[in-house]
Ligand binder design. Structure first.
Ligand code: FE2
Length: 221
């Protein structure tokens, strides 16, 4: 019969195993952090204004045909290459390529506040809003038709939401999640429903939108 290790020995074994993992990672390649995306646009000024209004970017560099925008300490998060000759793609729903960029808020409350601000100040509404399980996500359309996701971690913690994605039967059964109407969530919050309960109810389908959303994505037939 195998002898159970004493707690101190078990902790030491865990430490060794984690050291081994770290050593393995060090022996392999270094993993870079995602930094920015470049968008080609025929509407440079409109795009600069929209990203400023929606996610608070400002240009760190702007010259005819090129702009570098950031909303944090990185020198740029969005690059824009501008020319009136770039053509819109009416087939975007079925053609290959990027569907959306995503920005993350610190909390679900911040995301709901952003929804309110964007609606009140600019009349912007998401083209789709979903409780994905690991995130609450509201997707907006920029002036060129790119989708921009504004999200908040539903667990308030990347480790917890990652574990849930990897292990939960709910996510396996439904990796998209439940459509939500942000207005209904904000209304419930105003009546005193706390964030945790709000998310629980949203995921249970209690705040479904009154009209169908446009995901702006279709699988080609
Ligand atoms: Fe996303």
């Amino acid at each position: 019969m195998k002898k159970r290790k004493k707690p101190a020995k078990r902790a030491a074994a865990r430490k060794t195993s984690s050291r081994r993992k770290t050593a393995k990672a060090k022996a392999g390649f270094k993993r870079p952090t995602f930094h920015h995306a470049l968008l080609k646009t025929p509407r440079m000024d409109e795009m600069i204004r929209w990203y400023a209004d929606v996610v608070g970017t400002s240009p760190n560099f702007y010259a005819p045909g090129i702009a570098f925008l950031s909303n944090d300490d990185a020198n740029h998060r969005i690059s824009l290459a501008g020319s009136p000759n770039f053509r819109d793609n009416p087939e975007f729903r079925t053609t290959a390529g990027m569907h959306h960029l995503a920005f993350e808020y610190d909390s679900v409350d911040d995301l709901l506040d952003a929804w309110q601000r964007l609606r009140d100040e600019f009349g912007y509404e998401p083209h789709v809003a979903v409780h994905h399980g690991m995130t609450l996500s509201f997707y907006y359309v920029d002036p060129d038709g790119n989708s921009v996701e504004l999200q908040a971690d539903a667990f308030g913690n990347w480790k917890k939401s990652t574990k849930w994605m990897r292990e939960s039967a709910e996510f396996k059964a439904d990796p998209i999640g439940k459509f939500v109407a942000p207005a209904k969530m904000v209304e419930a919050r105003a009546k005193g429903v706390k964030t945790r309960e709000l998310l629980k109810r949203a995921y249970a389908g209690q705040y479904v939108p009154n009209a169908p959303y446009d995901y702006r994505l279709e699988l080609p037939g």
